[in-house]
Design a protein around this ligand. Structure first.
Ligand SMILES: Nc1ncnc2c1ncn2[C@@H]1O[C@H](COP(=O)(O)OP(=O)(O)OP(=O)(O)O)[C@@H](O)[C@H]1O
Length: 255
């Protein structure tokens, strides 16, 4: 579980995060949504420890980040997995080497043990016979699977995903969303996903926080987002007429 208390972050004189408080539960897919420039990436980077907040606290299962010493911070970072936008695989490494990379960096495991773990996670993301392939030889969906395998290879307690569906067709995007949700539940991970994808919001939005201009404007579940009367949220989520009609039909059906 990650608890965020009154998080503020400025760059120069410009305040980007203006006092965000929320809770991200374990075993759940938590989504951050909001318009471009609303502060989602700055927020996600703050959760990763890449930005130091000016004010407020981030608490990881009882550990207040700002109160940890350097070793404790390093240990905590090793409990975090990250799926970057565009997968960010190493082009010069094959799939097995990409996935093994965090184990080589952060553990002292023998090769056989690392290989066993790599085989396990690649199987878990349904990638078989891809060990010796290079990223350029893989489809976008397969690259995402490799990125997810790499993010979970070190058994993270926290998984952060930045636009995991960018560049994928809608069907593959749903498969990737479902895979992230399954893994989150299976290994009881606290997962936080930064997304623009409204399909993701509807499919896996167990908890959604909507940022607007650096504030938390709204939070709730995918069921609640259908019913909310918050204008900023409805304008954002139902920006197309088609979505507005679907929402109207849903509300009428429920009444
Ligand atoms: N390192 C930085 N230095 C100065 N300003 C920054 C820095 N990082 C982000 N910003 C500013 O913070 C604001 C929020 O940016 P952020 O990248 O968090 O938006 P976002 O909601 O993730 O947008 P998008 O959906 O387009 O990725 C922007 O105005 C951006 O210019």
């Amino acid at each position: 579980m990650i608890v965020v208390e009154d998080l503020h972050k400025s760059f120069g004189n410009v305040e980007i995060l203006k006092g965000i408080s929320t809770v991200f539960d374990k075993g759940k897919t938590n989504l951050i949504i909001g318009q471009s420039g609303s502060g989602k990436t700055v927020f996600l980077k703050s959760l990763l420890g890449l930005h130091t907040p000016d004010q407020g606290k981030i608490i990881y299962d009882g550990k207040v980040y700002s109160e940890l010493n350097d070793d404790e911070k390093r240990n905590l970072r090793q409990e975090m997995g990250m799926v970057f936008q565009g997968s960010a695989l190493f082009d010069s490494m094959n799939v097995e080497e990409n996935v093994m990379f965090p184990l080589k960096m952060f553990t002292h495991k023998e090769y056989d043990e690392m290989k066993e773990r790599v085989d396990f996670v690649l199987k878990r993301v349904n990638l078989k016979n891809a060990h010796t392939k290079y990223p350029a030889e893989l489809s976008g969906g397969m690259q995402k699977r490799v990125a997810i395998a790499r993010a979970i290879v070190n058994n993270p307690k926290y998984l952060f995903c930045d636009e995991p569906n960018s560049g994928l067709d809608p069907k593959t995007a749903i498969l990737i969303d479902n895979l992230i949700q399954e893994i989150t539940k299976e290994y009881d991970i606290t997962t936080v996903i930064n997304t623009h994808d409204m399909n993701s919001v509807m499919e896996i939005g167990e908890k959604i926080i909507f940022l607007k201009d650096g504030h938390k404007e709204w939070e709730g579940t995918n069921n609640e987002i259908f019913k909310t009367n918050n204008e900023a949220v409805t304008n954002f989520v139902y920006s197309s007429d088609l979505f507005k009609k679907v929402r109207q039909m849903y509300i009428e059906e429920r009444n």
